[in-house]
Design a protein around this ligand. Structure first.
Ligand code: F6P
Length: 534
């Protein structure tokens, strides 16, 4: 049931979450996890919202299943999940809800429905007038990656509107973003929840100057702002009809589900946006109702906790075997690392266990020729999420068979490994002399037993992509609950932003160089100031 009062619920002071490592349920979980092997001869499959999740490549045992249930109960997981899904306060340090699920609900609350209608009217009008052959989408982090992902996933073969994404504050980014576009037929989309993000506002200014310099009579008519602070966008000059709002209770890294998806709708169609929302909503329903053993986000989360906090893997590799999903890697990187890159629990004490892993990756098969060597034989290794579509959307079945074969083969090699004896037999079968074979076989051994998930989408459709993103979102939430951290804030990022403001002011000469900087930072500030004044 959806609450109309997102901040209803418990007060921050009541969020008493005992440190994980003080819980007997954690000790039992750790113990069970250590004793649970990966069973290469049994199959564990979950179907969720049309996606197959194969977790056969993760540790399992009846004891771990029991310990998982007890740990989730000790963390009051059911109550936390209800609070998340009903718009209760789950982001304690910022005292708000994280209610992105409300944006994709099939029957949304009035405010959300009204804004969706306004947005769809804007899109319909632009489409019927065949306006805006070019779009410059300006936004960063959550205001960028999801839209880039949707456009590259469904517009990989070209779109009738050309889209350039500009995120970085590096002036080369906006220079390239504006290059080649006709200013008279370009829509500038400013996507920023806070409407204070330096990158977005500075790049927006450059875009506005570019429109004015080209003689565009009413430049603000070519600017759209999507934000949770419409009054700031208004002050910036954007007309009301071009401001689409979302709400404070949507975390920045979940803003894809808001009107921020305008660019995807214009580039690859409003149906793509609606389909993604429907798939995500189906995953929300699965997350809400499926029992623990068949709940895909919960099972992925638990496997991740075993790998990170018990087995000590420091990173998670994302390997989409789909060229169209290249942008899934940075999308999941932000989702996981901004959410789970914390070491303090809600009580303000150290978590005591290793939390969110570093997330990295690249589409297969490129990844195989770049870093898979490290995954197979490096001293650390990393769990891998293999993601692949059963069916392709091109007309070359042999390409798709090769892609599927590579995906399965890499995963099998990581799982089963290769023993010294097998390697030796291979070398001898190649006709090598015994001594050389014994030496070379040592280099060909694969440890095996390296954990992985295999996620299979029937096809890459807006629905399955939406479901896939929601699967990762909920997985991250479950991990936040178990570790006892707030996955919805990002204070680490905030600190750097504040320092950058001060240094920018020093570099511009507006303020004197603060002599409390460390020696190296002070040196470079002085050096860059000198360079500017020469
Ligand atoms: O990186 C910090 C962050 O606040 C992200 O959470 C967010 O996605 C990004 O900056 C952009 O923020 P905004 O949408 O407010 O411009």
């Amino acid at each position: 049931m959806i609450s109309k009062q997102p901040t209803d619920g418990i007060q921050p002071g009541l969020l008493e979450v005992p440190s994980l490592t003080n819980l007997p349920e954690w000790a039992a979980f750790e113990n069970a996890a250590r004793l649970s092997p990966i069973h290469v001869h049994s199959l564990r499959l979950i179907n969720a919202a049309g996606i197959d999740l194969d977790i056969s490549g993760q540790s399992s045992s009846p004891a771990l299943t029991q310990a998982t249930k007890a740990l989730l109960a000790a963390r009051q997981f059911n109550a936390m999940r209800d609070r998340l899904l009903s718009g209760g306060m789950v982001n304690a340090t910022e005292e708000r809800a994280a209610w992105h699920t409300a944006l994709r609900a099939p029957a949304p609350i009035d405010d959300v429905a009204a804004e969706r209608l306004r947005l769809n009217d804007f899109i319909r009008q632009a489409d019927s007038e065949r306006r805006w052959r070019n779009i410059v989408h300006i936004g960063i982090g959550g205001s960028d990656w999801g839209v880039r992902l949707a456009v590259s996933a469904f517009g990989y073969a070209g779109t009738w509107r050309k889209v350039h994404f500009v995120a970085n504050i590096d002036g080369h980014a906006i220079q390239g973003g504006l290059a080649g576009f006709d200013p008279h037929d370009t829509l500038i989309v400013l996507a920023s929840k806070s409407f204070t993000t330096a990158e977005t506002l500075q790049n927006g200014q450059r875009a506005l100057e570019w429109l004015k310099a080209a003689g565009v009579q009413q430049p603000y008519e070519q600017v759209v702002a999507i934000t949770a602070r419409p009054e700031v966008a208004r002050q910036w000059g954007v007309p009301d009809a071009h401001i689409f709002k979302f709400w404070d209770w949507v975390g920045g890294r979940f803003s894809l589900w808001s009107a921020v998806s305008l660019t995807s709708a214009l580039a690859v169609s409003a149906d793509v946006v609606a389909g993604m929302q429907a798939g995500a909503a189906a995953m929300d329903a699965h997350f809400a109702h499926a029992p623990i053993a068949q709940n895909a986000p919960i099972q992925m989360a638990i496997a991740g906790i075993v790998n990170r906090s018990v087995l000590g893997y420091g990173s998670l590799n994302i390997a989409p075997y789909d060229f169209r999903l290249a942008n899934l890697v940075p999308y999941i990187q932000q989702l996981e690392m901004e959410s789970l890159g914390k070491s303090i629990n809600l009580d303000g004490k150290a978590v005591g266990a290793a939390t969110g892993p570093a997330v990295w990756g690249m589409p297969g098969t490129d990844a195989q020729h770049t870093f898979f060597q490290w995954l197979h034989q490096g001293s650390d290794g990393a769990p891998v999420d293999f993601i692949v579509c059963e069916q392709a959307d091109h007309g070359w079945p042999e390409h798709h068979q090769s892609l599927l074969a590579n995906c399965l083969a890499q995963r099998e090699a990581l799982l089963k490994g290769k023993t010294y004896e097998q390697a030796l037999q291979e070398c001898l079968a190649d006709g090598m002399p015994q001594e050389k074979a014994e030496w070379l076989a040592k280099h060909r051994v694969h440890a095996g037993g390296r954990p992985s998930n295999l996620i299979v989408l029937p096809r890459l459709s807006p629905y399955t992509l939406g479901a896939l993103l929601a699967l990762y979102e909920h997985k991250v939430f479950v991990q936040g609950v178990v570790w006892g951290i707030n996955p919805f804030d990002q204070w680490g990022v905030e600190y750097g932003k504040v320092l950058a403001k001060g240094i920018a002011s020093e570099l511009s000469g507006k303020t004197a160089v603060d002599e409390t900087h460390d020696a190296s930072t002070a040196h470079w500030i002085h050096k860059f100031v000198d360079h500017r004044s020469n």
